[in-house]
Design a protein around this ligand. Structure first.
Ligand code: AHR
Length: 350
């Protein structure tokens, strides 16, 4: 009996479905058609918009630091539709192979300009040659490349890393003199950024060029911490286990400084203006400047991530056929407790 009722119910359901089937088909065709038309329109619109705009492919090297996030935002804020640009952005997650892939994809998409921040200096020759053959101008952002033919890129917008390193050295010189300890032994450890990167190469060379005049500066050890807080914390713990008499930490970016300070505090030692260990940092992101203001970080050598506007101006010049320089350095400062003002902290967006 139950079986009979179920069969009867099924027949009713099938009947209803059959009755509505044409209606469902009609709906599917109409809606489907509409989607198709809608798709055509958006695609056409995108192509149209792209045609009216300058298409810029940006390969960012990663998102390893607060500085990098600010640099990405600066680029994204500059290359907007309002500014006549269509931005294709790619994050390479700190891997050169990803950057190479992204650049090749920009070439095959025939973008108008390629901008990239090279994670390391070497290994770009072939891909830059491919861009040149496709007649796509390449602009370097933030860091440099080491290629035989400089004509493979149009210009570079970024920092003078060697000068940043020198500024750190000069500041330390003056500070030790001020403390009356310029002649005694000064034990230094260095936390280095990504191996092979311009930021690390330049800052290391700049600092060394000052250190060479001070035979009493003992660089106990310098080690790679890849511009990240976690790695720096680990490396700093190792330094502290090995050396009981560290006077100065030169940390090549703020993120590494944050990690190092945690490790130093864990070890029971203090940092900063009134502390056991002098902290020299690079970048000057807002969190770090607050620590400068509080006397936790002694000095922060600014590295300016606001490069989007500079890049936009360069592209403007190129579009107008105006000549561009080989290198544009962004403006940068040195921050200590004396010049980190309330106003500066209020206005710092990163
Ligand atoms: O190339 C600039 C450096 O790279 C910044 O100092 C650092 O924070 C970033 O990761």
């Amino acid at each position: 009996m139950g079986e009979k009722i179920r069969k009867h119910q099924n027949r009713i359901i099938n009947g209803i479905a059959l009755l509505f089937l044409p209606l469902l088909l009609l709906l599917a065709v109409t809606v489907g058609g509409r989607f198709e038309i809608f798709d055509d329109i958006t695609e056409e619109k995108a192509v149209q918009e792209k045609a009216d705009q300058i298409v810029v492919g940006v390969s960012q090297l990663g998102s390893e630091s607060g500085w990098r996030t600010a640099n990405t935002e600066s680029v994204q804020n500059a290359f907007t539709q309002k500014n006549g640009c269509f931005l294709i952005y790619h994050n390479a997650r700190q891997k050169q192979e990803n950057q190479l892939k992204a650049i090749r994809s920009f070439i095959s998409q025939r973008v108008d300009y390629i901008i990239f921040s090279p994670v390391v200096e070497t290994g770009w020759e072939t891909v830059l040659q491919e861009a040149a053959e496709a007649e796509i101008p390449v602009i370097l952002m933030d860091r440099q490349v080491d290629v035989e033919d400089d004509g493979l890129y149009v210009t570079c917008v970024g920092s003078d890393f060697k000068e940043e390193g020198e500024k750190a050295g000069r500041w330390l010189e003056t500070e030790l003199r001020r403390r009356g300890s310029a002649g005694g032994a000064v034990n230094i450890v260095m936390l280095l950024g990504t191996e092979g990167s311009s930021a690390r190469i330049g800052r290391t060379a700049g600092f060394a060029s000052v250190a060479v005049d001070h035979p009493n500066w003992n660089i106990l050890e310098q080690k790679d911490a890849d511009f990240t807080a976690n790695k720096a914390k680990e490396v700093m713990r190792g330094f502290l286990r090995k050396y009981s008499d560290i006077d100065v930490v030169i940390s090549q970016n703020d993120d590494m400084t944050f990690g190092a300070i945690e490790a130093i505090r864990e070890s029971g030692r203090s940092v900063g203006v009134n502390g056991d260990i002098i902290i020299v940092s690079f970048d000057a992101v807002k969190n770090a400047l607050e620590m400068v203001s509080d006397g936790i970080i002694n000095v922060d050598i600014e590295c300016n991530p606001d490069q989007g506007e500079y890049l936009l101006r360069v592209i403007d010049d190129l579009e107008a056929g105006r000549p561009v320089e080989r290198q544009y350095y962004v403006e940068e400062n040195v921050f200590t407790q004396e010049n980190v003002t309330e106003e500066l902290l209020r206005e710092r967006t990163y």
